[in-house]
Design a protein around this ligand. Sequence first.
Ligand SMILES: [Zn+2]
Length: 414
Amino acid sequence: MSNMRVNGERLWSSLMAMGRIGATPKGGCNRIAFSDEDRRARDLFVRWCEEAGCHVSVDRFGNTFARRSGRRDELPVVMAGSHLDTQPTGGKFDGVFGVLAGLEVIRSFNDHGIETEAPIEVAVWTNEEGCIFKPMLGSAVFTGMIPLDEALAMREERAGWSIEEGLERIGYAGDMAVNSYPVACYFEAHIEQGPVLERNGKVIGVVNAAQGQRWYDISLEGQEAHAGPTPMDARRDAVVGASRIVLEIDRIGRSRPNARSTVGRVSVHPNSPNTVAGRVTLSGDLRHPDDAVLREMDGELRSAASLVSEELELGLDIAQRTYIEPLAFHGALVDTVRRFAQQEGEPYQEIYTGAGHDACNIAKVIPTAMIFVPCEGGISHNETENAKPEHLEAGCNVLCNALRAVADGEVDLS
Ligand SMILES: [Zn+2]
């Protein structure tokens, strides 16, 4: 079994060099997709890859692929990647780690004179963060979830230009057709963006699934009334009903392992301190990696809300706005990640992703797996986002060995 070691110092210094593009005063990065900083980050990546002997190609949506040839270049490519764009007050690691870990693997193969059977590619997906336009667009176009022409024509108020124009402006409107050659599999290494690994003292997260999600608009209809003359037993108070539903939703998440439940927005009408509220709308957000449990949570939300509405004589409407199916990553690839996490000799655990990633899109059409490493305090989408060099190195070692194993045909992907 392959036991390659990457150069952790080089990985770290590359991360720090990339972090200087769009650097913010608090140590983070501002590298919004289609900005000059996005262009400079891509240019640096391309230069590094060409220096490492890769051939770089750019597809019509700006997705960029650096290829290291294999012994048999006609084989489907084995891919790793992530994104280089950040939130306006983002960090140095979200996305960047997955891209530069892929590059570090290639550099390490070069150092050790290793040739793989299949070619290896490092992918940079366009506009993962979705600060303008939707998130995870490059991978969505790659998988055909959003047609290329529709995506290129997207134009947003804030932007004032189309994506096609944005790509041309930064010089990444490529001419290669999207998804035009076979890809054997895709790995994405990423910081966890949550506190689980750190809390459990683990260094590697073997990511086996992505949470399913259900988002709701919940509205309660009561009766507006004067706060003074209206006795307590004569009220139909929508805020009281909403408060009880908020607590129920919180309980639904707390009462089962791996569940998440959130009310992030409350709107009160008429929102006046001396009027009993006549109407409240709440957002609801339920998440779980197991669809059956997510369905159970949905049922519980509905019955809890009905009970509240009956007891308080409130009208109730629950509209599910979004449903995202839970996703299981590819079994053989997850096994491969686990095998090399074990070999790494660092503590690891099975984990699922709570955040969306390009890998979640790619997984719909290509065997995919992810590798997590801890980030400090679980903090991400934040200028103070931080990760330990030795953890990043360990994650990159796992990626390196996994890529090599698949590229050498040691993993059955059927
Ligand atoms: Zn990311």
